[in-house]
Design a protein around this ligand. Structure first.
Ligand SMILES: Cc1c2[nH]c(c1CCC(=O)O)Cc1[nH]c(c(CCC(=O)O)c1C)Cc1[nH]c(c(CCC(=O)O)c1C)Cc1[nH]c(c(C)c1CCC(=O)O)C2
Length: 358
């Protein structure tokens, strides 16, 4: 049954995003956009220039909280997502991180052997994320003042995706080195994944305690794996993270996003106990997901970021098809992957109006 998004509730229970993540078919659906803070916004570029480099922006709470709020102020999303990066966790474990202009992230030295694992400080990692946790506190306080119906989402990378970057040392089309190592030395790869799963759970728990109201796991490269590897390196560690977070904070819903999982999305949604939502990537058929994922778990997604760049009739047709497929079930409108820098901000405003109209 559909429920009206403006229905008044007590306390924080009236936030449309949290109602959808609790299994309610709120309509019109809550919406936010992956990478909603970023280079397509002039006000982001101004703060970014002030910070100097990207890691400095992520670890300066006043600036990171400011850019967290920017898209919500401009477009009225139902959620703000903490401004940080999934690679802040390996950085906090002691692997040096930089973002080279035009090259993307570089984690050097790469972690590929027993000595590389021994050099990581997983226990001290959460303490080193203190500036990010301070960003969570500030962003939550700013939302209470400026956008009281918007919820704050904290996040981390999925252990597999973060391991891919740590092993490869940089971005890659296929993360061949990491995937080969997972076959060649599964005991070693398993140790890295376990270390990450534990640190990720601690980090998400710390974000919940700092004020995050929902938590998302971005497993961007999950879809590179064949089914048995997907079970071992995506579903099992994600289920372990979810168990640990739920044990401490059962009130904070978790959104899982195993990108390009295809039909494995159904098994992921069933076996990662307690998920509030699963993310659909751009390639996912929403009508398939609606019958494959249990009806109490919200779906989130999945407009093509390039339809948002194109705008106009193409954007309308694509967005309306998703809305039609999701009507009557718990749903959070989003993109199928992050906003790209060439997105015209007016197109985001047009999308916001369209989703709000249901
Ligand atoms: C794989 C991954 C990363 N980071 C992230 C993922 C998972 C989602 C996905 O698949 O896109 C997740 C992420 N990255 C960022 C956020 C912040 C919150 C938000 O969604 O608005 C989130 C949730 C900011 C960012 N992370 C990054 C930027 C751009 C940095 C800049 O300002 O120059 C932003 C806004 C940099 C980044 N960070 C990463 C890469 C590969 C890059 C370079 C590519 C790029 O520039 O788009 C790693």
């Amino acid at each position: 049954m559909e429920t009206d998004r403006e229905a008044p509730r007590a306390g924080g229970a009236d936030k449309p995003l949290l109602r959808a993540l609790a299994g309610e078919a709120v309509w019109p659906p809550p919406f936010w956009l992956m990478r909603q803070a970023g280079r397509y916004l002039p006000e982001y570029r101004a703060v970014r220039a002030q910070a100097g480099d990207f890691v400095a922006l992520c670890t300066t709470p006043a600036l990171a909280a400011e850019v967290t709020l920017q898209p919500v102020r401009r477009f009225g999303m139902d959620a703000a997502i903490l401004f940080s990066d999934i690679l802040i966790l390996p950085w906090a474990m002691g692997q040096p991180l930089r973002f080279a202009e035009g090259e993307g992230p570089i984690l050097e030295p790469a972690v590929r052997d027993a000595a590389g694992l021994a050099a990581l400080d997983a226990r001290g990692a959460v303490a080193r994320t203190a500036p990010v946790l301070e960003t969570v506190r500030r962003a939550r306080a700013m939302l209470a003042q400026e956008a009281p119906r918007a919820a704050l989402i904290g996040f981390a990378g999925g252990p597999f995706t973060v391991a891919c970057y740590m092993v490869e040392g940089r971005g890659s089309r296929d993360f061949a080195l990491a995937r080969e190592l997972a076959y060649r030395d599964p005991a070693w790869f398993g140790r890295l994944i376990r270390l990450l799963a534990e640190a990720t759970a601690d980090y998400l728990i710390a974000q919940a305690e700092a004020g995050a109201e929902a938590l998302m796991l971005f497993d961007s490269w999950a879809g590179l794996l064949p089914p048995a590897q997907f079970r071992r390196w995506v579903i099992e560690p994600t289920a372990a993270v979810a168990r640990a977070v739920r044990r401490r904070h059962p009130e904070v819903p978790l959104i899982g996003f195993p990108r390009l999982a295809g039909p494995m999305l159904a098994e992921y949604a069933q076996r990662v106990a307690g998920l509030g939502a699963v993310g659909m990537d751009t390639a996912m058929e929403p009508r398939w997901a609606a019958q494959a994922v249990p009806p109490g778990i919200a779906l989130q997604g999945n407009l093509d970021p390039l339809a948002l760049v194109a705008g106009g009739a193409a954007l309308e047709v694509e967005a309306r098809a998703i809305l039609a497929a999701m009507r009557g079930r718990p749903f959070v409108f989003n993109l199928g992957h992050g906003i790209v820098p060439q997105t015209p901000p007016e197109h985001v405003a047009a999308l916001a109006r369209l989703v709000r109209a249901g």
